[in-house]
Design a binder for this molecule. Structure first.
Ligand SMILES: Cc1ncc(COP(=O)(O)O)c(C=O)c1O
Length: 260
């Protein structure tokens, strides 16, 4: 973490939470801090970023990305209160979700394969990672007989990295147009991006600006009032909020480093 990292504190401040320290080692090592304290620190940093940007407090929502952490940790963060749970892997999330009380929405933030679409629909309330027509069509095909509407975001490969998933920025309008015209059971709500990794959050800023400008340009062309922005992770969520993120997706700053 480059700046504003959660303060190091001891575990004994949150007796209701009983994880093994190994699941909650803080980012960057050092003594363990609790999930509750991490969450409070992230919330505080989000609020400060909102203030800096002249945005209403609470106008950015928090997706707690719990990938690799066990169901009991997810249940704990749900009990503490977050806006959504984010998971990358469909199968892992499906297993965990059984152990977590319902109520908090789950977002799929990782790539979706066609053959996992059924399980994804059974597990998630929102898919942030629609990145090609084939996936949109597959979801539509499965949703139609149930007459269920699924909120989705389009994932944009904002840094145009060859190895990354996400539609290229110049393809976003066509994909969004397809979803709106041909997938009546998908409700397009926003754009998501994962900028090229850089430990310096300022390097993410131009990517966040680019996503915001893309959303601003596309929304009226698509006949939408707005496209929300899901952008910003542990290293750069404050910069993302300054640049207009409606959702930030935070894993390590809440849960510590991932085991694998
Ligand atoms: C799409 C996506 N968003 C957010 C995160 C959370 O990242 P971090 O742990 O750096 O906050 C991850 C981590 O795997 C991710 O894949």
């Amino acid at each position: 973490m480059r700046h504003g990292a959660p303060e190091r504190q001891t575990k004994d401040r949150a007796p209701t939470l009983s994880f093994q320290p190994s699941t909650l080692d803080p980012v960057g090592g050092g003594p363990s801090v609790t999930l509750e304290q991490n969450l409070a620190a992230v919330r505080e940093r989000m609020a400060a970023a909102c203030r800096r940007a002249g945005r209403p407090a609470g106008s950015a929502r928090l997706v707690a990305v719990s990938k690799t952490h066990p169901g009991e940790v997810v249940a704990a963060v749900v009990a503490l209160g977050v806006d959504a749970i984010g998971e990358n892997r469909v199968q892992e999330a499906a297993v965990k979700r059984r152990h977590v009380p319902r109520g908090t929405p789950w977002h799929l933030v990782g790539p979706l394969q066609r053959n996992k679409a059924r399980l994804a629909l059974d597990t998630f309330d929102l898919v942030e990672s629609v990145d090609r027509i084939e996936i949109a069509d597959r979801l539509e095909l499965l949703l139609a007989p149930e007459n269920r509407i699924l909120p989705v975001f389009i994932e944009v490969n904002i840094g145009e990295e060859p190895q990354k998933s996400g539609v290229l920025p110049e393809g976003a309008e066509a994909l969004a147009g397809h979803v709106l015209a041909r997938c009546p059971h998908l409700r397009l709500g926003g754009l998501m991006c994962i900028p090229p990794y850089d430990p310096n959050p300022e390097r993410s800023r131009p990517h966040f600006v680019r996503l915001r400008e893309l959303a601003k340009r596309l929304a009226p062309r698509l006949g939408l009032d707005q496209l929300e922005l899901s952008m910003g992770m542990s290293e750069d969520f404050e910069v993302a909020i300054e640049e207009g993120a409606d959702w930030v997706r935070v894993g390590r700053a809440l849960f510590g480093e991932r085991g694998g």
